[in-house]
Design a protein around this ligand. Structure first.
Ligand code: ATP
Ligand code: MG
Length: 411
């Protein structure tokens, strides 16, 4: 679990602001849900035999003996909220986004943490494959807007309760014949979660299942048509994508369209965003039979990808240096006025030498510095130094705000 410190937090804020603005333009509204839910919610939605539920959840009993879990993902809590607050009664269509911490007890490594953060979206109530394409377009737009280029979109269809069982048993039969070649994890889960074997990162498993039956050859007519239309809409929107029939998701609730935004630049942790359709989930959780589709992006991985393009912390517009207690009192008053006008102003609180104060102004990379001494104060004047041009001038204190605003072109 990581602290996010100044110097890095600016990148987080940039990503969050971009998400708010872009998702807002596509008609998505923010929803905030608690970080703790009843354990049962995740068992029922994500699935008892998934990695997350089997071994990654932070589950505990509260003082009344309820089993609670720190949310490992955002979709189930958002659906719980959608149902509990009867949002469907006003409008079955809801387009929501969320951002915040998720918790999974995984083996920590680069790009994989126990508290990590997701920015996610959910589009509820629309069956039309155009919404799949719309969500994917928004995801691609987000990556372009934040300047992450080394990513590609992979899509697949996971079928539905109609066609998946047939595929599932064909896959189990196939895996059974190659059991000896699979890793211990896959030997354990090939019956309970056969599709996850296709997603196993162990090279031997990949090799042993290279010619496994493809989910795409086993889709029912409805799923096949839906997937075809998603692809057509993506082409219409000129969103580049690749079909990857081996891509599965580690959560049981996905149906039909599934997708990942993958990168070559993060080693094994190559998925920066992932999602899909979950048409049966809302009903399974006790709500109306409404479809949904969504994705979640891993913020830590986005930050890693932005890497050296780190945004600098906000730099002061003005640093006020004072000589003597009277001048310090006056600069304090001026600073406060400027801050109220929306300028970033700073000063020194320790009554240090002018040289030390100027060093601090330099360190903070202040754009301008105001120097106020006792005799300048008596004349109601001060020296305004332009730190970039290296020039300085006397300015009347009464006009300081106007002069600064116009220099900073914020008047
Ligand atoms: P992975 O295959 O990398 O384990 P996942 O399939 O478990 O990912 P999802 O549950 O779909 O991932 O979560 C969506 C995104 O959240 C991932 O693509 C990734 O960017 C991020 N993510 C998931 N787990 C972690 C983690 N433990 N630490 C950091 N980011 C994570
Ligand atoms: Mg995972």
């Amino acid at each position: 679990m990581n602290d996010v410190l100044p110097g890095e937090v600016e990148t987080w804020q940039f990503l969050e602001n971009q998400a708010r603005s872009i998702f807002g333009n596509y008609g998505f509204a923010e929803i905030r849900v608690p970080v703790v839910e009843k354990t049962e919610l995740f068992c029922r939605s994500i699935g008892e035999t998934t990695d997350i539920v089997e071994k990654e959840m932070y589950t505990f009993e509260d003082k009344s003996g309820n089993s609670l879990t720190l949310r490992p993902e955002g979709t189930a809590p958002v659906m719980r909220s959608y149902i509990q607050n009867k949002l469907y009664a006003q409008d079955p269509v809801a387009k929501l986004y969320y951002m915040g911490p998720m918790f999974r007890y995984e083996r920590p490594q680069k790009g994989r943490y126990r508290q990590f953060h997701q920015i996610g979206v959910e589009a509820i109530g629309i069956e039309d494959p155009k919404i799949d394409a719309q969500v994917l377009a928004m995801l691609s737009h987000f990556f372009a807007a934040v300047g992450i280029e080394d990513v590609s979109l992979q899509i697949n269809s996971l079928g539905c309760p109609e066609c998946r069982p047939g595929y599932r048993s064909a896959l189990i039969t196939y895996l059974q014949e190659r059991l000896g070649k699979l890793c211990a994890d896959c030997q354990r889960r090939y019956q309970s979660n056969p599709m996850r074997v296709l997603d196993c990162k162990v090279p031997d498993c990949k090799q042993a299942t290279a010619d496994a039956p493809s989910v795409l050859d086993n889709l029912c007519g409805n799923c096949e048509a839906h997937f075809g239309q998603v692809q057509q809409s993506l082409r219409d929107l000129e969103i580049p994508f690749a079909v990857n029939p081996r891509m599965v998701r580690g959560l049981d609730y996905y149906t039909k369209t599934a997708f990942e935004m993958v990168t070559g630049s993060l080693g094994a942790q190559n998925a920066v965003a992932a999602g899909g359709r979950y048409d049966g989930l809302i009903k399974d959780l006790g709500g109306p039979a409404l479809p949904g589709i969504g994705f979640a992006m891993g913020v830590e991985r986005l930050v890693l990808m932005l890497g050296d393009n780190k945004l600098a912390p906000s730099r002061p517009d003005l640093f006020l240096a004072a000589l003597g207690a009277e001048a310090a009192r006056e600069t304090f008053r001026i600073m406060s006025g400027l801050q109220r006008r929306g300028l970033h102003a700073e000063m020194d609180y320790e009554g240090r030498s002018l040289k030390a104060q100027l060093r601090r102004a330099d360190k903070l990379r202040s754009r301008y510095v105001l120097i106020l001494g006792e005799d300048e104060l008596a004349r109601k004047q001060a020296t305004l130094r332009d730190m970039e041009a290296g020039t300085q001038e006397e300015v009347p204190l009464s006009a300081l705000e106007q002069i600064l605003l116009s220099k900073l072109q914020r008047a």
